[in-house]
Structure formats: C-alpha cells, structure tokens
Design a protein around this ligand. Structure first.
Ligand code: SAM
Length: 246
C-alpha cells in the first residue's frame, strides 16, 4: 500500500538516507549539484515556473516538470514551517567518505563545527563553506547536520560539498587551527591553505580537548566590549580571509 504524501515527508525528517528540501532555492541548489530527488511538490506551479525561469535558467525545463501540484493545505501538512515559495522535495543523502575528504590533495580547507546547536546557523556555515569552495564540513555532537532546518539554512548547498557528522576528528596531515576569541590575532598570510578550521559551540566555544589538540589558535579581532561573533559569521570571516591571502 503506498504511504501518504504527509507520511513520506514527515518520516523522511528522521530518515538517515533521505533529506527534506524546503523552498525553491534548496531544491534548485540540490539539483544543480547532483541530488537524486525522489519526489517534489508545489502549491504554486506558476510561481515555480517563474522562479525557475528567472533564477535557474540551467534548470528551467526540468525543475517545474519534477513537481506534483498540490493545494497549500496539503503542502502545510508536510512540514512545521511551509516554505513561502510553496516548493518541497525529498532527496537521497549522498554517502560521505570522511577519510577521502580529509586526504583530498586540493587546496580547499575543512570546516569543523564542534557541537553546533542552532540548525539555521549550521546551515549558514555550510552555505558559506560551499561558496568559499571548502573541501567539506564536519560536525560533532548530537545534532544531525542534514536536519531539514539546516538544509533550509544552507539553501540546499549540502549537495555542493561533503557534509557529515563525526564522533571524533580522525588524524590527518592537515593543520588543525582553533578559531577562538582567546587565540592569537588572525594574520591571513599565516593561515594554512589545507587546514582544518575548528569553530566552537554557540554558547561555550571550543572544548579544552580540541584546543589542546590544535596546532594553532587564532582570533578575529573585535572592538572592545563585543564578546564574540555569531558562529556562521566567524566561519565566513576566516574562510574569506584565507582566500584573500591568494
Ligand atoms: C558565538 S561563539 C562562542 C562564544 C563563546 N562564549 C566563546 O568564548 O568562545 C561561537 C564560535 O564562533 C567563533 N568565534 C566567534 N567570535 C570569534 C572571534 N572574535 N574570534 C575567534 N573566533 C570567534 C569561535 O569558534 C566560537 O567558538
């Protein structure tokens, strides 16, 4: 017996093999970076055609074709926060090989997020890591980096680079740089090209274990009186500073 649309979308939120794409931009990026979309729905086919025509010329033909039209009430039953663009989809999660990500000889750095708590923040980190052509994003802690709210915050860019949760950072030949308000002032020229840049949990920062294991610790200079930057903002500052070193 085929399960209902609402059941499939709701159970996919906890399925380690699937992810839920909420909104036009998430579906657009997922398709652009090779996602295998299992099914898609839209509560506004005309709007989807308009968005695809204006923002995804490469996908104009295929994207609206993919989506089954449904009413807004049906769409609203699929998620706690129906997207404004009325588009949702299910896609298969790619398999991530953490070892080959770490061993990849390319110049892209790895972003390590220790126990990120806020899914929108985590998604924003993935989005900026994709934009800066990072080799991948690793997370520790309880939260699934493929949670639908994180994928929404990343506008679907989880499909543009490897994103995985690990229990412990494996050894590698990459320098481990702790990004920490108590580190040494950041000098772009001193940032390693293929480093692992580690960022701490929103409230408490990096763990003592990570700090003890790191090869260097850098801070982003701030005006006196400002305690810290937002997690995703600090990832952006470090990744683009590193790119500016040329
Ligand atoms: C919201 S901050 C955590 C603040 C925490 N109270 C602390 O002292 O680390 C989250 C993460 O962003 C990074 N971060 C924020 N502002 C920073 C700064 N000025 N210099 C270096 N890292 C920063 C660090 O990796 C930090 O662990």
């Amino acid at each position: 017996v085929p399960s209902s649309l609402a059941y499939r979308f709701r159970s996919a939120r906890r399925d380690p093999n699937l992810t839920v794409l909420e909104g036009f931009h998430a579906l657009k990026h997922a398709l652009r970076f090779g996602a295998e979309v299992v099914e898609a729905v839209t509560s506004d086919l005309e709007e989807l055609r308009r968005l695809a025509g204006g923002l995804a010329e490469d996908l104009t033909g295929s994207l609206p074709e993919l989506a089954e039209p449904v009413s807004f009430d049906v769409l609203a039953a699929l998620t706690p926060h129906p997207p404004r663009t009325g588009v949702m989809a299910l896609a298969r999660r790619p398999t991530v090989d953490v070892r080959s990500m770490l061993d990849h000889p390319g110049p892209g750095p790895v972003v390590l997020l220790e126990d990120p708590r806020h899914m929108g923040n985590l998604g924003a980190c993935v989005r900026v890591a994709a934009a800066a052509d990072a080799a991948g994003v690793l997370t520790t802690g309880q939260n699934d980096p493929w949670h639908p709210d994180a994928v929404r915050g990343a506008a679907g860019l989880h499909f543009a680079l490897p994103v995985a949760r690990i229990s412990e950072l494996p050894a590698s030949d990459r320098a481990l740089v702790a990004v920490d308000p108590d580190g040494e002032p950041l000098l772009p020229a001193a940032l390693p090209r293929r480093g692992i840049f580690a960022f701490g949990t929103e409230r408490y920062g990096l763990s003592d274990e990570l700090l003890a294991r790191s090869d260097a610790s850098v801070n982003i200079p701030m005006r006196a009186g400002v305690s810290s930057l937002n997690l995703a903002t600090s990832v952006a500052a470090v990744l683009f500073c590193r790119q500016a070193r040329g």
